[in-house]
Design a protein around this ligand. Structure first.
Ligand code: NAD
Ligand code: UDP
Length: 349
């Protein structure tokens, strides 16, 4: 019998990580999650186990900070990893502006520690969670992987620095294999309603905020800017169903074992732009809830229109997003109805 490949997933208890871990398990991979639970709950891991059914025995979880080098070394000494999918990181743009050092420490030092331990234990395949934020304020759309890169804030700078680190490491030693995935805007949840996004505090992103208005945790949605040069004046983004995104990681992981791969970048989006008002309207339809709106000025730093060119991922990863905005809103609503307070059982705020 063939021995299954073993994948280390950092940040695997988080939103995108938990959905990806489930798809890995269902695909037959042995999966080891490390997460410090800074922005997640171990309940997500228990729910993934439940959804994975017969495959659940292939999942191990360690509460661990990736900056804890001795702990990571111990893990690599006891388990041979064929590849790593690296989600662990802080991701709130506003917080990164207020606390840049915290972001450099967590995201940069964390990644350096991980790469050093991988190198020491002969594991040289990594999939990294980058972001469309590295396109800054794109001059045109759709964004292709060749667009010029820039950082609009410390969070974005950590993504760009890590991408650059991977490119430099590969340039110095072509045994490494890196796939840098630039996510557009993941939303939605697993259709079971068992796993989904559970932001701590007041959400910064559009969809989790809409969800909290719908379940009565927030009174109204502030629409940041109604004077953009877009179809209805509101900002346009490329929303992608988190399950499609998770499957993009499986495609990238398979690609890492292609002998021709070096250090490659792929956009993961749908290639379609949706405005704030269009997303609100689709969510209202899916949920039957009215979302009260307060139209306010632009949020500083926001881009006008961002959506992906998906051609490279389709061509080289043989992957394409399958779900539309209606599916994303439906699954978001199932998650919200089953877990109005996320993984917490009771209202604490
Ligand atoms: P998330 O916060 O739900 O998941 C990140 C996980 O990493 C959390 O479970 C957190 O506890 C863990 N973590 C953070 N620092 C850690 C550390 N030092 N050691 C161990 N664990 C640590 O976020 P997400 O939305 O699932 O995002 C996953 C990755 O994708 C992040 O790197 C994020 O920057 C990137 N990304 C997210 C989006 C998005 O819109 N959600 C878009 C582009 C890129
Ligand atoms: N947005 C909004 N109200 C909110 C949060 C976001 O109008 O409470 C808008 C924001 O200006 C942008 C879009 O929704 O045009 C997506 O914002 P999000 O923060 O989710 O993603 P990002 O801007 O990082 O791509």
């Amino acid at each position: 019998m063939e021995v299954p490949l073993c994948v280390l997933v950092t940040g695997g208890a988080g939103y995108i990580g938990s959905h990806t871990v489930l798809e890995l398990l269902l695909d037959g991979y042995k999966t080891v999650v490390v997460d410090n639970l800074n922005n997640s709950s171990e309940i997500a891991i228990a729910r993934v186990r439940q959804l994975a059914g017969d495959h659940a025995h292939n999942l191990s979880f360690y509460k661990m900070d990736i900056r804890d080098k001795p702990a990571l070394e111990q893990l690599f000494a006891s388990t041979k990893f064929d590849a790593v999918i690296h989600f662990a990181g802080l991701k709130a743009v506003g917080e990164s502006v207020e606390k840049p050092l915290m972001y450099f420490d967590n995201n940069i030092i964390g990644t350096i520690t991980l790469l050093e331990v991988m190198a020491a234990y002969g594991c040289n395949k990594l999939v990294f969670s980058s972001s469309a934020t590295v396109y800054g304020w794109p001059k045109e759309v759709p964004c292709t992987e060749e667009f010029p890169l820039s950082a609009a804030n410390p969070y974005g700078r950590t993504k760009l620095m890590i991408e650059d680190m991977c490119r430099d490491i590969f340039a110095s030693n072509s045994d490494w294999k890196f796939i840098l995935l630039r996510y557009f805007n993941p939303i939605g949840a697993h259709p079971s309603g068992l796993i989904g996004e559970d932001p701590h505090g007041i959400p910064n992103n559009l969809m989790p905020f809409i969800q909290q208005v719908a379940v009565g945790r927030q009174p109204a949605l502030k629409v940041f800017g109604t004077d953009y040069s877009t179809k209805d004046g509101t900002g346009v983004r490329d929303y992608i169903h988190v399950v499609d995104l998770a499957n993009g990681h499986i495609a990238a992981l398979k690609k890492l074992f292609d002998p021709t791969i070096g250090c490659e970048v792929y956009n993961l989006g749908t290639g379609k732009g949706t405005s704030v008002l269009e997303l609100v309207s689709a969510f209202e339809k899916a949920s039957g809830k009215k979302i009260p709106l307060v139209k306010t000025g632009r949020r500083p730093g926001d881009a006008e229109i961002v959506y992906a060119s998906t051609a490279k991922a389709e061509r080289e990863l043989n992957w394409k997003a399958e779900h539309g905005i209606e599916d994303m809103c439906r699954d978001q609503w199932i998650w919200a109805c089953n877990n109005p307070y996320g993984y917490q059982t009771e209202k604490t705020q």
